[in-house]
Write a protein that binds this ligand. Structure first.
Ligand SMILES: Cc1cc2nc3c(=O)[nH]c(=O)nc-3n(C[C@H](O)[C@H](O)[C@H](O)COP(=O)(O)O)c2cc1C
Length: 274
């Protein structure tokens, strides 16, 4: 909770922009509603994730309500560097929300991606990015799809053009499932970082080079989640994602309907020795 975290986290601020000048592309865990919470961020950081985003938080609720603050934002000493993502349509509200999280975060992100992403007329997207750059934003993440596209291939060529037309760091996002994919997209687009959502849900160890979730990572999730008092649904859903590729259909039929932490613990112990 915020009030407990102040003293432990306040003094550790790092400028996350420095990450973009480290000579390596920055490996980033995307904002994910319900999922990119403290426990999951702790897990991916163990496996070479350089920078984490919180789930999107509605700035107006965050400013208005202590309850919303306590339920939407939790952090801890090692949870850095951290970017807090807000949804806001009023500058003052965003500014007020930013001021509240400022001692606990290394940056603020404004979600401009739902539902507009890149525009069909790429000049308009480049223009928008330039305007954002002119306002002083530190970097921009681009999901390379337009508003109608869901499963179509990501337009990495569009991301490359945006990168070529801006001076600030650009982060590429979309359909990265392995470290190799991330490296390829970095080379293909020339971007400074790669942000991953579903690939990390499926394999939180992917930035460390694992092709699929290692058992050690499942063990780490169980330990971290229990230590953080993660609610059952969140604990269970993460395991479903992580085990998706390594469990058979029959196993899933049993595992996915388990309804208590103890049943899940027994299951992973019996089947995986975790
Ligand atoms: C479960 C889930 C929750 C998401 N929540 C957010 C969010 O809170 N804010 C946001 O900007 N994008 C959110 N997204 C979009 C992702 O950050 C990302 O842009 C998108 O999934 C494409 O990346 P990927 O191909 O690596 O999954 C979410 C995606 C998923 C799968």
């Amino acid at each position: 909770m915020i009030s407990d975290a102040i003293e432990t986290t306040q003094c550790q601020r790092k400028d996350p922009v420095d990450l973009f000048h480290s000579g390596h592309f920055v490996k980033i865990c995307a904002p994910m509603v319900r999922y990119s919470k403290l426990a999951f961020r702790t897990l991916v950081r163990k496996y070479n994730c350089d920078l984490c985003y919180t789930p999107m938080i509605i700035a107006a609720d965050f400013v208005r309500s202590v309850k919303a603050r306590d339920s939407e934002f939790t952090t801890s000493k090692g949870d850095r560097p951290l970017i807090v993502q807000f949804a806001a349509n009023e500058a003052q509200v965003l500014s007020d929300a930013a001021r509240i999280v400022c001692p606990f975060a290394d940056g603020i992100d404004l979600n401009c991606g739902c539902p507009q992403r890149i525009h069909d007329d790429l000049k308009r997207t480049v223009d928008l990015c330039r305007k954002a750059e002119a306002t002083g934003v530190s970097w921009i993440t681009v999901h390379g799809r337009n508003v109608e596209e869901r499963h179509q291939p990501v337009h990495y060529d569009a991301i490359k053009i945006i990168k070529q037309n801006l001076s600030i760091p650009i982060v590429a996002n979309g359909d990265v499932k392995t470290l190799k994919d991330a490296e390829n997209i970095h080379h293909m687009t020339g971007t400074d970082g790669v942000m991953v959502a579903r690939g990390l849900l499926a394999n939180p160890a992917m930035f460390a080079g694992y092709e699929e979730t290692p058992l050690k990572c499942i063990q780490d999730w169980v330990d971290i989640a229990l230590e953080h008092g993660t609610p059952f649904t969140c604990f269970h859903h993460h395991l479903m994602y992580m085990m998706e590729r390594i469990t058979s259909k029959q196993e899933k039929r049993v595992f996915n309907v388990l309804s208590s932490t103890s049943a899940v613990l027994d299951y992973v112990n019996d089947h995986y020795g975790v």
